[in-house]
Design a binder for this molecule. Structure first.
Ligand SMILES: [Zn+2]
Length: 178
């Protein structure tokens, strides 16, 4: 039950985005013909550049949020340009459409980041494994080194004893002989 619901949710939201975009395209066409609202006539549909919330108009101006006064979309907010009255092409986009696109982009980036994080986690696990393997090998190497060091110390002690006792024995012998 829960799985079916969660599975159907993303697909329905995809449909919502598509229908919103279609809705937007139809409204562009409607309001291009209509002379009731002068502002929405100033637009240049460019889906590639207009993805998400607009940050800059074609003229370089900073987009502003206006409120629709048409009977079809009363109080519906839209992005437009403060320089819209100069007769050139300026940005025009429904606010809710822009927000939905922005959220979709955010979801896409979030998914990519999540994938990158899981890849990094896998790398960390591999690194931890190789560190564990190295730390297993290290005691063996240090044990070998310790054995060699012990042997060297023993040799030095034996040589020291031999060197200490030989002259002492010799001197004792010479003292005794004298
Ligand atoms: Zn502009």
């Amino acid at each position: 039950m829960g799985q079916d619901y969660s599975y159907s949710q993303p697909s329905s939201s995809e449909v919502d985005i598509d229908s919103l975009l279609l809705d937007e395209a139809e409204l562009y066409a409607d309001e291009a013909q209509s002379s009731y609202n002068a502002e929405p006539v100033q637009y240049q549909p460019d889906p590639e550049a207009d993805e998400g919330i607009p940050t800059r108009c074609y003229c370089g101006g900073e987009p502003v949020v206006g409120t629709s006064t048409t009977s079809k979309d009363p109080y519906r907010r839209y992005y437009t340009c403060p320089n819209v009255d100069d007769g050139d092409c300026h940005i025009w986009k429904w606010w809710d459409v822009a927000v939905v696109e922005e959220l979709r982009d955010f979801h896409r980036e979030f998914r990519q980041l999540t994938e990158q994080v899981s890849e990094s986690e896998q790398k960390v696990v591999k690194l931890e494994e190789s560190v564990a393997e190295l730390s297993k090998k290290k005691p063996v190497a240090s044990n070998g080194f310790e054995v060699v060091a012990c042997l060297l110390v023993c040799l030095i002690v034996i040589i020291g004893l031999v060197v200490f006792f030989l002259p002492g024995g010799g001197s004792n012998g010479s003292n005794e002989s004298v």
